[in-house]
Design a protein around this ligand. Structure first.
Ligand SMILES: Cc1cc2nc3c(=O)[nH]c(=O)nc-3n(C[C@H](O)[C@H](O)[C@H](O)COP(=O)(O)OP(=O)(O)OC[C@H]3O[C@@H](n4cnc5c(N)ncnc54)[C@H](O)[C@@H]3O)c2cc1C
Length: 394
């Protein structure tokens, strides 16, 4: 009988040879591994770029699905393959080496499933998971509001019970992928008389309906990436409530833990191989300082692989991976600019422009999915058992 390691290595070899045949090489013109970091200088260009990033990602997800490599460890009754968890990890680790990514569908593929499998009903799982695994459903997350970010206990969006379900009214902000999404994981207050986290519930809300207005937001870089979302009498049917009424924070905890691990793990855009290609293209790969920067980027990514593989079994693992990744993105942006030299100052320089985008996007990674400060608080309190930070009364 083969031992576990042999089995794992055999599966890895099988996946690698399949990827050699079906996936574009990292750094090739077909490389779409950073497609989800979509950003553009006009609203129209942003919407078009978002559509095309979604299309290329959906095509890839369908290719994975046809080969039996999608939803590898999800239950078979919900469209998965029922394989052990380590096979999903190997698939993600191997895809990172190629010019592919499923991150444009990250909320659908990596956040909605753990939420539905843990808190959802059988009907909700049957309604969504098989379409998600085929790449047919894109999701977004409607959590943050103008007065509720790190502290989501301030959520004010109101879901009022009506015949057959809920009518939702309020404003969300910083929503990634809202324009492309079919469904949202929505956090809303269902009982206005209860303060803080009590009286907040979680829903699966259809995005393509009257009463949902998505308005792209312009960032300090001048580009568009995410959106404000206005909800005005938006309908969620009664089957859309996830978990128990007023227990939205239990669902939120599952969602955030998955999000943190997802941001730094899986097929996240990596940069070491691309930085190496950049240094070679610009003829700078024999310079000692450039070589050191490349070695550091490579080392950070190997560490991310190792920590990512353990994240699920370590308390606060998601927060640790997210912190490592946001630091890696920042340092890689700095390294890219150092390699580019004066070209980095030319905004529409064909080689520099994508790196400038990534450089300007890196500070946002310190905020999205919970800020670095919040991750450190989580690690301090839940990982190290330090006293809880003082919370405002009420
Ligand atoms: C790229 C990106 C994508 C995003 N995508 C989404 C999305 O799809 N859906 C969605 O709902 N939201 C999304 N967000 C919003 C994100 O979740 C919030 O920006 C984040 O939670 C912080 O909230 P805030 O911006 O209101 O800042 P605030 O909560 O007001 O925080 C301001 C500052 O105070 C610090 N701070 C706050 N509380 C504490 C504390 N207790 N201890 C120490 N420091 C503290 C923060 O770290 C931060 O530096 C996204 C943000 C970014 C940048």
């Amino acid at each position: 009988m083969t031992d576990d390691r042999d089995e794992r290595e055999a599966f890895r070899a099988e996946v690698r040879s399949w990827l050699d045949e079906h996936a574009p090489a990292k750094g090739s013109p077909e490389d779409f591994s950073a497609a989800h970091l979509v950003s553009a200088m006009t609203r129209e260009a942003f919407e078009a770029a978002e559509r095309s990033a979604l299309e290329v990602t959906q095509r890839w997800q369908r290719t994975l699905h046809e080969a039996g490599y999608a939803g590898r460890s999800w239950p078979e009754e919900y469209g998965g393959q029922g394989a052990p968890e380590w096979q999903s990890a190997v698939l993600a680790e191997e895809q990172v080496r190629y010019g592919v990514s499923t991150k444009m569908l990250a909320i659908a593929l990596e956040m909605a499933p753990p939420v539905l499998l843990r808190h959802g009903t059988h009907e909700q799982r049957r309604a969504h998971l098989p379409s998600i695994v085929r790449g047919d459903e894109a999701w977004c997350q409607l959590l943050s509001e103008p007065d509720a970010g790190s502290d989501l206990t301030n959520v004010q969006t109101l879901a009022t019970a009506v015949d057959g379900g809920w009518s939702v009214t309020g404003q969300k902000v910083w929503t990634s992928g809202a324009g492309a999404a079919d469904f949202a994981l929505l956090l809303a207050r269902t009982d206005r008389s209860k303060p803080g986290r009590e009286g907040v519930s979680c829903f699966a809300m259809p995005m393509r309906q009257d009463g949902v207005t998505v308005r792209p937001l312009r960032q300090m870089s001048g580009g568009y990436h995410f959106n404000e979302v206005f909800l005005d009498g938006t309908l969620v049917d009664e089957g859309g409530l996830i978990g128990d009424l007023g227990e939205g924070f239990a669902v939120l905890r599952t969602m955030l833990a998955s999000e943190r691990a997802a941001i730094g793990g899986g097929t996240s855009a990596r940069s070491a191989t691309q930085l190496r290609a950049l240094a070679i293209e610009l003829g700078r790969s024999s310079e000692p300082l450039v070589r050191q920067a490349l070695a550091r980027a490579h080392t950070r990514e190997r560490l991310l692989d190792l920590v990512g593989a353990r994240a699920a079994s370590v308390p606060t693992g998601g927060s640790i991976v997210k912190l490592l990744y946001s630091e890696h993105a920042r340092l890689s942006g700095d390294a890219a600019l150092a390699i580019l030299g004066p070209a980095a100052m030319v905004v529409d320089h064909p080689v520099a422009a994508p790196w400038l985008d990534r450089f300007l996007f890196a500070p946002g990674l310190r905020l999205g999915g919970g800020t670095d400060e919040i991750q450190r608080n989580t690690i301090a309190e839940r990982g190290l058992g330090l006293p809880r930070e003082p919370r405002p009364a009420g």
